[in-house]
Design a protein around this ligand. Sequence first.
Ligand code: AMP
Length: 591
Amino acid sequence: MLDDVATDLDEPGTDEVGTDEVGTDEPTGPTFADLGLRAEVLRALDGLGYEAPTPIQAESIRPLLAGADLLGQAATGTGKTAAFALPLLEHVPAGGGRTPVALVVVPTRELALQVARAVTRYGQHVGAKVLAVYGGTPIGRQLRDLERGVDVVVATPGRALDLIGRGALRLDDVRTVVLDEADEMLDMGFTEDIEEILSAAPAERQTVLFSATMPSRIERIARQHQREPVRIRIAKEATPEGEAPRVRQTAYLVGRPHKVAALGRVLDLEQPTAAIVFCRTREDVDTITERLGARGYRAEALHGGISQEQRDKVVSRLRAGAAQLIVATDVAARGLDIDQLSHVVNFDVPAAAESYVHRIGRVGRAGREGVALTLAEPRERRQLSNVERLTGVPITVAPLPSVADLRAHRLSVTQTAVAGALADGREDLERVRGALDALLSEHSAEDVALAALALAHAAQGAVDDQEIPAPELRPQRSRTDGPRGRDGERPGRGPAVRGGRPVSKATAPGNTRLFVGVGRAAGVRPGDLVGAIANESSVRGKDIGAIEITERFSLVEVPAGAADDVVSALRGSTIKGRRAQVRLDRDVAAR
Ligand code: AMP
């Protein structure tokens, strides 16, 4: 999905997003060889099984080989590391040299290690010597390694400056400086360090800047330190038409008091192999880690109060499968990049939409499937819409799984496990043959199978049977709105239906009522209507009045002056995936 996605950003929920650049089976893009990379690098790519360049590689490599500066907006998972790493290997003399030809600056130690590993792999047949240098570890070894001669240095900003200051990291021969995840570095307060590093590098160098988001701070650095950079923008997902997006994004609306229970429920249903649960505060991290531990999850906490050593252990436990969940703050999780990650769970909607993008950038990598789940309080719906606007990808708002959902899911897991055991062959099963024969002498085969299935199912553990209440999604009303409905009835809460048609109540002063031709049968909840109206029209959520939902249709009160706007906006959009008839309610229209 390329540049023109920008034009779709204002329309979350539309079908067109991401379908314009893909969807043909014809391999149309260039091959790695077409891009002009050296033979040793092509051989390494072949060995790694990379068949074709990803879109960002196809666009970046040629201009980079030609020596151009580049300003790239791309998230992790797009293949951006190879996009900048492959061209810089062109400058490494065969067999490796002595002084660095490239400096890659990254925000965190994890990313430094990861990028260095990638460059080493890509440069294995060139003989490139690649070194990661980062803070938080003794500098002596890094000094010695630099002394021995290195071709590519991957560094965190502070340590890079330290080493430059000591004369150990010499930039005289550096042809390319790469700033990777530049927005993260600026967020972490490295602006001055970056400026200093760039000033210390030769003026004739090539400057490559990658950032997941492109705030004005990045543009400013680009203006000051780059020369007519080639601009490339790649959205993370390229979802061919008719295919589900690789990152399934779902938000569950849940009231604050029920959030921890909701998290447990969602995890029980999803059973992630490896997940990060993001929380806002250190206290949340500790509480949630403890509660998930009590629920039987192998959960590890990661926050600012945790030592680097402990952090490394936590990450390797997740990588090795010894831990299942990392519960982390954004800051602590910076630079964490774990290939096995199946799920990212947002315990809260992050305040900045960019943080959401960073968080979910950790799943759905390189064509794998990923899941991003968000627990949103009703008041956080606006933030969800902001995220949708930024990414251009709709987030499905779903009801929390019920106890019945969970039970049904567990049963299907048992069923799949039994079917799997049968498919795997008889060897293991034969070990219990003696017991089966004994049972069959007294019971029918069907009864025995039933009992065995029930036991296998029970062995999965108990399902928590506490229903979690759906939050009240009544929009707030202004003080002038008067009482909520008649007789103290709360219209937003549910249908007040008599004879198949809601009782026609007077609307609040200044409001009018709209008829929307979808209702409970289509799974519509008040939040869907509020979301659709607030997202699509000029009316804000808090200005929406009473909502009634019946089986087949819904009635929504909106400010009279904005009714036309809402009607035309909703006609052009979908609610719960359906295009609905929307008009002024007849009862009101007749008045
Ligand atoms: P990155 O966005 O650089 O973190 O890369 C994401 C993942 O994609 C990494 O695991 C890379 O090894 C992989 N990758 C990068 N380029 C390609 C490619 N052209 N073909 C297949 N996998 C790739």
